[in-house]
Design a protein around this ligand. Structure first.
Ligand code: M6R
Length: 619
């Protein structure tokens, strides 16, 4: 996820540089590993870009001021392809004499093929990004057509993936052309000036009149107005609306908290993490793989090292990876890894999972694993962070920056990435489940829509949470992949609402924890789908019966159409049908929403709970 701004204006008193820099400051929450601006000036494109926070760009511009202009674009980046360096920062230049500048949000899935074609024709590249490919293609198309909108139309027809592109050309001052597919873009309408942004925060200081674009549309803005066409060239229309948020709310996309916003970004986090994972032949591919296929084929044991929510993602993945690959997987809390004298050698793959890539416990576990000779693979959300740098291979989650301390979208993206890894290993090693990879990938691609459905039906969960604001203890039960979901539900509640909460494997109840059940004790139960093997569904339904008989208030998360739970449930929270291993991607969502609203009902700070930091960089 990156932040994008564009501005054109005439005699308005605003300068493009000021407007763009102000917009970038408001969009910095969308990505902050590098930033840049490009202006169309009398002598051509003038641009500055710098790795690091926006402050670095400000310093650069102060040292090397930009020429006057009426047209500017800017970008604040959250790296996907290519690390957070000056060269990889946007804008990227293209065309003859670098006459065109382009910024991009999203992932161009087929950029390897396009880049190879461009290299064959003698084009050279300055960055490792997918974006520069689009800039080069657009520069060439402009040279051919002399029309930026027509050039954009012909380029987007060749791109696969999700993208918002904004481009300016030296020979078209006063014009910005933008395109969107599965990535956000809004137009801001001013008087003698027009704006573009990834969201309204980009221009909220200047206008509240906005136009939402549909998928697969191209918009051209000039100081006088805007025009829209579809990717197919057909005239299009946007949806005008008035923004009712203030600047602070705009950064949160109109949500009250970053956590709520991030919960709602989960469909995108999953979809983006799946982007670009298959090659032309439908075979799975990973990022930065510095371990040979032979080494991976030889792996006979996997350790997952992670902390907190990331460890629960690892516990979920254990079920799937073992099932698909038949390789034993052990999940170790990273801070315990070194002390358990792990059985690790060069045939062991140690998979670390970390949103931030900076968690010291996880980093130390990775270093220890390397010392023992293991191959290390990092599943991480932050390009350029320490853990991926210290690992042999990386699989990036594409959840975008997670600002709220409580992890939500990163959890779903981590499970998704772990599943991609499991399928990749299965494919590499052949065997029973290798052929299932395509089918599981297809089901995974349908998950974002199902998460949307869950998010659209959370009213009752919010009500229950508000009603339970005085509750002192909540228990969570699950079996199989529902077990880590139960623990994640409990963790969310502890950290956000400061309530005692425990997650148990439902089968463990009878071995002790059932003594905790008293009249009115709230218990969430994650129920596997009726088609889960080993009669697991039936067993969990009996667990619900047992606790209900002892007075528990049962809050049951069950698949659509599962009527068996109804006689024993005080509340049934419905989720769509999935195959058993994919259910955590849906079942955890109501638990996140519950914790969020219970915390809010208690008047607590949802985004920054007490005693906690986003990234724990001490052991
Ligand atoms: O950045 P990481 O994923 O390595 O962080 C690991 C944990 O500290 C993190 O998941 C923590 O448990 C979350 N705040 C929980 O919501």
């Amino acid at each position: 996820m990156c932040g994008i701004v564009g501005y054109v204006g005439r005699d308005t008193g605003s300068t493009p540089l000021d407007v763009v820099m102000e917009g970038l400051a408001r969009l910095e929450y969308r990505g902050y590993d590098s930033a840049g601006v490009a202006l169309v000036t009398e002598s051509g494109i003038d641009q500055r870009k710098r790795a690091g926070k926006l402050e670095n760009l400000r310093t650069e511009i102060a040292a090397h001021p930009l020429a006057a202009s009426s047209t500017g674009i800017g970008h604040t980046r959250w790296a996907t392809h290519g690390g957070p360096t000056d060269e990889n920062a946007h804008p990227h230049l293209g065309g003859e004499d670098d006459a065109l500048a382009l910024v991009h949000n999203g992932i161009i899935e087929n950029f390897h093929q396009l880049k190879a074609q461009l290299l064959d024709t003698g084009v050279s590249f300055r960055s490792e990004t997918d974006t520069e490919v689009a800039a080069q293609l657009l520069g060439r198309e402009y040279a051919r057509t002399g029309d930026l909108t027509a050039a954009m139309q012909s380029v987007v027809a060749r791109l696969e993936g999700a993208f918002t592109l904004l481009a300016v050309h030296r020979d078209s001052p006063g014009t910005i052309v933008a395109a969107r597919r599965n990535s956000p873009l809004v137009v801001g309408v001013g008087d003698g000036e027009m704006f573009l942004g990834s969201d309204v925060a980009a221009f909220i200081g200047h206008t509240r009149q906005a136009v939402e674009l549909e998928q697969d549309q191209i918009v051209t803005i000039t100081p006088e107005g805007y025009s829209i066409v579809g990717f197919d060239g057909a005239p299009g229309q946007g949806k005008p609306y008035a923004v009712t948020w203030d600047a602070a709310a705009a950064e949160k996309g109109g949500y009250d908290t970053f956590m709520e916003k991030e919960i709602h970004e989960q469909p995108h986090a999953v979809a983006d993490t799946l982007l670009g994972r298959t090659d032309e032949d439908g075979r799975l591919v990973l990022d930065d793989m510095r371990v040979s296929e032979d080494e991976l084929r030889a792996v006979d044991r996997i350790y997952v090292v992670a902390c907190g929510t990331a460890a629960y993602a690892g516990m979920t993945a254990k079920y799937a990876i073992e099932h698909w690959t038949r390789i034993p997987v052990e999940v170790s809390l990273a801070h315990e890894f070194r002390y358990c004298d792990p059985i690790v050698d060069e045939r062991t793959l140690v998979v670390s999972i970390s949103q931030s890539g900076e968690t010291m416990d996880t980093l130390m576990a990775v270093k220890h694993a390397r010392e023992l000779g293991a191959r290390t693979l990092s599943i991480c959300n932050t390009h350029g962070s320490t853990i991926p740098r210290e690992s042999d291979a990386v699989l990036y989650t594409h959840a975008g920056p997670e600002i709220a301390v409580a992890s939500t979208k990163a959890f779903l993206a981590q499970i998704t990435a772990c599943y991609v890894l499991g399928l990749y290993l299965a494919q590499l090693r052949g065997g029973t489940y290798a052929d299932d990879a395509a089918q599981v990938m297809q089901e995974l691609r349908g998950i974002p829509e199902k998460i949307e459905q869950v998010l659209g039906s959370m009213d009752r969960v919010e009500e229950i949470a508000r009603f339970m604001a005085d509750t002192r203890s909540v228990l969570f039960l699950g079996r199989h992949v529902g077990f880590p979901v139960a623990m994640e539900g409990a963790l969310k509640l502890k950290e956000l609402a400061y309530i005692h909460a425990e997650g148990f494997a439902a089968g463990e109840l009878k071995h002790g924890p059932i003594a905790l059940i008293d009249a009115g004790q709230p218990v969430f139960v994650v129920v596997p789908g009726p088609d889960t093997p080993h009669e697991l569904h039936k067993k969990v339904v009996s667990n619900i019966q047992e606790i209900r008989a002892r007075g528990a208030r049962t809050l049951v998360i069950a698949q659509d159409g599962d009527t068996d739970v109804e006689p024993f449930a005080d509340e049934v929270i419905r989720i769509p049908h999935t195959s058993p291993l994919l259910q955590p991607l849906l079942a955890v969502v109501p638990l996140q929403v519950f914790a969020l609203h219970l915390s809010t009902a208690k008047g607590l700070d949802v985004d920054q709970p007490r005693n906690l930091a986003k990234s724990v960089t001490v052991e």
